[in-house]
Design a binder for this molecule. Structure first.
Ligand SMILES: Cc1cc2nc3c(=O)[nH]c(=O)nc-3n(C[C@H](O)[C@H](O)[C@H](O)COP(=O)(O)OP(=O)(O)OC[C@H]3O[C@@H](n4cnc5c(N)ncnc54)[C@H](O)[C@@H]3O)c2cc1C
Length: 753
């Protein structure tokens, strides 16, 4: 029997509210709507809900590596890294050595994600990410070369959407490196906005292997394609048209992806861009009336017009792996090298790591190395669980690359001239030049922060909005109202609970928040619970008051996204600390990370209130989130010192921070730095003894019996080791013809060729 209360509620309240709801819904372009449909959500949805499920969080566990994966990491990955000379690749050869390319193919580095049944390695997301990270600690161009075929490549697209025939033919060839793939989406007009794409495909009949075949005539001008100059197979995105109705009734079929062999007549590849002067293969491509059969459409004829959705689906996972792995590598190398350098480099009679000004830079470097590695491992748990979390991977892509940028800049500052002069002894210059690439590719950062993280997150992660949007769009109005009514009132209940939670936990610092009981880490959980509730309320008010207009208030949306991102990154740090067995020695890192993260979230929520278009609602946000008063303080000088000391002190924490960083042998600059650090630490008591007696000269100290002859030898060895590290390269001018870019710029882009 119908519930009379519900019937009355539906007609008196829900019906008019449904009309209002429709009017404030954001208008979505086709590409936005398809992006929203791609992938799913993971832990970020819990954080967005205002009440994270800590039991679920406790269940997130890394599966570890299989025997095969571990053997690959310890074997071919190390062998490959040993083949790479960063300076030679980036300044002299401008490519990987031939034997390195051959090694990559032979050991199936390009087929890490391709299942074993298709002759690939069938690695998990965590193993794939680990391999990319380790290579990136040695050489960025090599890591990019490995990364691309294992992301959009189009190996992943083939696995997800390819026809059986396409999978059978292409996947083994890709896995064995018999095909070198690339993915060409970006064109001259279409950068961030794929809908501006001018690449076209027209359905027609043509000649294919001597037979008249139904196919597509393609024309394109693409640029920035990684591996494009050496690719044998392009995953090409274009707009498909069918003016003669050969495939059906529709003329504009939308963005479609096809597999285009580069040896077809009309395809022009091979020229190179030189992105930031790095050596990985990247370049433009053109196609003039290139004919392919319909069977080359990725996924076959039924996948026509699904290109954007496919890309978003694949990127939803890929953005959690490729750039986060590169960024983690750069941060770990920065932490390892800068910590050591700050201990061995002396100025004004003491090592520079003792200066507070230097510690202000060292601490965020150490924290980023810990946090990015933590977040990288965290998201691969979700990916290995089968999720394609577009919002979480957007968070990872943006925040990992931004923190990489901050970290490398700090590392450069601490190294001074040592990191500025180019040469084989400079281990920071290549990562430094790679920064803008990480920031720009796979969804440029400003756009990712302004439009994707909260823009999509607020709809994807919200427990009700997406379903409500789907309900109001139903053609059956009765069913629409029934569904909407049910969702709406659950939504209202959710909001009331969050308003209370946000205000109360804000007031009490989360002291009474529901968090795991048997843990010494309760204070951290409480902060996460508090700011999760704060975010839920601030989001709800923003969505309710601004509706579709929020899309154009990018700075507000970005700040709310920053809070969601911070919650996600802090969750990762907490998970890592627990998974590592809660080592007391690492606690200063966790403390620093939480102090910094909380201060950031607090400030961002206050800024949302300050900048809200309505003063009343801005005040309401600040009141309900308790962010209008005092700011939360970030890391203190004492915390900076504690973290800096961990970076400079050989031991377990330093080892954990450097886990997976490739360190060569002999003259390798990172290896030399580590040797010098160990010797510095060993000799510090000797130096102290000499200082106490006011003797600077080693021989004089030996003659005076302050140190033994053996100790004097140690100090001389230390002197040599430190010199080796702090020296920079200089070049015979005749050699400079070889260094730098010598590629010529006669045809930067054949725009109208
Ligand atoms: C080294 C390198 C490798 C690449 N590899 C590939 C590849 O293999 N395949 C491929 O297809 N592409 C590749 N790209 C292209 C890359 O994905 C694009 O450069 C990127 O999408 C941005 O496009 P754009 O450079 O044209 O910048 P634009 O789209 O012109 O953007 C300029 C700026 O405006 C910002 N912006 C744009 N729209 C908005 C908005 N709505 N709100 C806020 N900010 C906005 C962007 O964030 C950016 O900061 C590569 C690029 C580089 C540099």
């Amino acid at each position: 029997m119908a519930n009379p209360f519900k019937s009355l509620r539906r007609s008196v309240l829900s019906k008019p509210l449904m009309g209002w709801y429709k009017s404030v819904l954001p208008g979505l372009s086709d590409t936005e709507a398809q992006a929203l449909e791609a992938g799913d959500t993971w832990w970020e949805a819990d954080l967005f809900s205002g009440k994270p499920d800590w039991n679920r969080f406790a269940g997130f566990r890394s599966q570890g590596f299989t025997e095969d994966e571990q053997a690959f990491i310890d074997g071919p990955v190390v062998q490959f890294c040993n083949m790479l000379d960063d300076f030679e690749i980036e300044h002299e050869r401008m490519d990987l050595p031939e034997e390195a390319w051959a090694f990559l193919k032979e050991h199936k580095f390009f087929g890490m994600i391709i299942p074993k049944e298709h002759d690939g390695l069938g690695f998990s997301a965590s193993a794939h990410s680990e391999v990319v990270k380790r290579i990136a600690t040695r050489n960025v161009s090599a890591a990019v070369t490995v990364m691309v075929p294992n992301s959009l490549g189009p190996g992943e697209l083939l696995m997800l959407y390819g026809t059986d025939e396409q999978k059978k033919y292409y996947l083994p060839r890709l896995a064995r490196g018999e095909e070198i793939p690339c993915f060409a989406l970006t064109g001259v007009e279409a950068g961030s906005d794929a809908s501006a794409m001018t690449a076209t495909g027209v359905v027609c009949e043509g000649d294919w292997k001597g037979e008249k075949t139904l196919g597509i005539r393609l024309n394109w001008e693409k640029r920035y394609t990684t591996l494009g100059p050496v690719a044998t197979l392009i995953g090409l995105a274009f707009k498909l048209q069918d003016p003669e109705g050969l495939l059906g009734n529709e003329e504009d079929l939308g963005i479609t992806v096809a597999l285009v062999p580069t040896d077809l007549p009309g395809v022009d590849t091979g020229d190179r861009h030189i992105p930031s002067g790095l050596a990985f293969q990247n370049g433009p491509s053109w196609g003039r009336d290139v004919f392919i059969p319909v069977s080359q459409i990725l996924g076959g004829q039924e996948q026509t017009g699904q290109g954007w959705k496919m890309l978003m689906g694949a990127l939803a996972a890929g953005r959690g792996i490729s750039l986060p792995s590169l960024a983690t590598a750069a941060s770990q190398v920065s932490a390892q090298s800068t910590g050591a350098y700050a201990r061995i480099r002396e100025q004004f009679g003491i090592n520079i790591g003792q200066f507070e000004g230097v510690q202000e830079k060292l601490a965020p470097i150490g924290a980023a190395a810990y946090q990015l590695e933590a977040a990288r491992r965290f998201i691969t748990i979700g990916l290995d669980d089968g999720h394609h979390p577009g919002v979480a991977s957007g968070i990872m892509k943006y925040h990992a690359t931004e923190r990489m940028r901050e970290t490398i800049n700090h590392a450069m500052d601490v190294h001074g001239g040592k990191a500025i002069c180019v040469g084989p002894k400079n281990y920071l210059e290549t990562p430094y030049r790679a920064i803008p690439i990480g920031i720009t590719v796979e969804g440029a950062n400003i756009l990712t922060r302004s439009l994707i993280i909260f823009g999509q997150g607020s709809i994807r992660c919200h427990p009700y909005i997406l379903e409500e949007m789907q309900a109001v769009a139903l053609e059956d109005r009765k069913e629409a109202l029934r569904k909407f009514d049910d969702l709406l009132w659950r939504h209202v209940g959710h909001d009331v609970a969050n308003i209370w939670r946000s205000w109360f936990h804000g007031l009490t610092g989360g002291k009474f928040a529901h968090v795991p009981k048997d843990t010494a880490l309760k204070p951290y959980y409480r902060e996460l619970a508090r700011y999760s509730a704060n975010l839920a309320v601030a989001s709800e008010i923003s969505l309710g008051i601004l509706g579709g207009k929020l899309k154009f208030k990018e700075s507000l949306s970005a700040r709310l996204g920053d809070v969601l991102a911070e919650l996600f990154l802090l969750s990762g740090a907490l998970k890592r600390f627990e998974a590592d067995g809660q080592p007391e020695a690492d606690k200063p890192l966790l403390d620093w990370i939480f102090a910094d993260g909380i201060a950031r979230m607090h400030a961002k929520l206050a800024e949302v209130g300050d900048n809200f278009p309505s003063r009343f609602w801005g005040w309401t946000i600040k009141t309900l989130t308790q962010t209008g008063g005092k700011r939360r303080r970030g890391p203190t000088d004492r915390m900076n010192k504690a973290v800096s000391e961990l970076l400079m002190q050989p031991g377990d924490t330093r080892r954990r921070l450097s886990e997976g960083v490739f360190s060569g042998k002999g003259a390798d600059p990172l290896a030399a730095l580590e040797r010098a650090l160990a010797m510095t630490v060993e000799c510090e008591p000797l130096k102290k003894r000499m200082k106490e007696k006011d003797v600077e000269n080693i021989d004089a100290a030996k003659d005076a019996g302050i140190i033994t002859p053996e100790e004097a030898d140690k100090l001389r060895d230390l002197h040599r080791a430190v010199r080796e590290v702090i020296e920079v390269d200089s070049f015979d001018p005749s050699r400079l013809e070889k260094t730098g870019i010598n590629a010529g710029t006669d045809k930067p882009e054949k725009l109208s060729a």
